[in-house]
Design a protein around this ligand. Structure first.
Ligand code: FMN
Length: 242
């Protein structure tokens, strides 16, 4: 390992030491109801239910799944998965706190989702709005072919019902922690993805986290600049085959 290695440089630049320290209430909409805010279409999600399965069983049963059935994802399951990933679960001095921990409560992540096969939501690109527990429609259309190419031709994109994309806006966290904020972004991606994986298991559907993708192409497809705001991690979800 030497100082030219980008991984070593990233780790060193985001390190801290003793002399270098880094530095709405939930609106319950009507399930599936489409509302227009100017040009924006916002669709309210359903509230999560509480499953009976134990956390230990859920952890033991979690397994990556790469082949999904033709059955569309249920709207309730999708709603619960979005809540598990980034839903508002409490308040601190009036500020919403989300389901996954975040360094300094800065919440640098936006959760995009490509819908392929799901109830209520037409195929397209959406953005989860945690405070509203709703999704905003960004663009309608089928993106599974493009995603498959972007995801290094992995077969799983052809049968997944939805693909979540965790995208970070670095300034939200780097404004507090400087370069160390980049590390925190990657740590938080793991928290969010694990929440999705465990909720998927608890609901009896399937998923796989995806780290192999062409960054530039994915950012372009979503409309992110790739520098200030970039896709970090994907998570494909679908119903299990019999
Ligand atoms: C950071 C990360 C990136 C991953 N990327 C992919 C991927 O691109 N494609 C894939 O099929 N699985 C991917 N996986 C899933 C792993 O292959 C899987 O977790 C591993 O084989 C262990 O199996 P299990 O998840 O069933 O326990 C990724 C997992 C992690 C943690």
């Amino acid at each position: 390992m030497n100082g030219e290695n980008i991984g070593v440089r990233f780790h060193q630049k985001s390190s801290v030491s003793r002399n270098k320290t880094g530095g709405l209430r939930l609106q319950v909409g009507q399930k599936g109801k489409e509302e227009r805010e100017g040009e924006r279409v916002i669709i309210s999600l359903s509230q999560p239910g509480l499953s009976q399965s134990s956390l230990e069983k859920t952890i033991a049963d979690r397994r990556s799944c790469r082949t999904f059935s033709d059955q569309p994802l249920s709207f309730d399951h999708l709603s619960t998965l979005l809540w598990a990933a980034q839903g508002v679960t409490g308040y601190h001095h009036g500020r919403p706190l989300r389901s996954a921990p975040s360094g300094g409560g800065r919440y640098p992540f936006d959760l995009y989702l490509f819908i392929h096969k799901a109830e209520v939501l037409s195929p397209g690109l959406y953005l989860y709005k945690p405070r509203l527990h709703a999704v905003q429609q960004i663009r309608l259309g089928s993106f599974s072919e493009q995603l498959s190419t972007i995801g290094l031709e992995q077969e799983l994109f052809h049968s997944a019902g939805a693909v979540f994309v965790l995208a970070a806006e670095f300034e939200r966290i780097c404004s507090k922690y400087g370069e160390r904020g980049y590390r925190y972004v990657y740590m938080e991606a793991g928290h969010i993805s694990q929440n999705i994986a465990l909720e998927v298991t608890s609901l009896g559907v399937g998923s796989v986290p995806v780290g192999a993708f062409y960054d530039g192409d994915l950012n372009q497809l979503i409309g992110l600049d790739g520098e200030k705001h970039a896709a970090i991690y994907m998570h494909a979800v679908g119903t299990l085959s019999e």
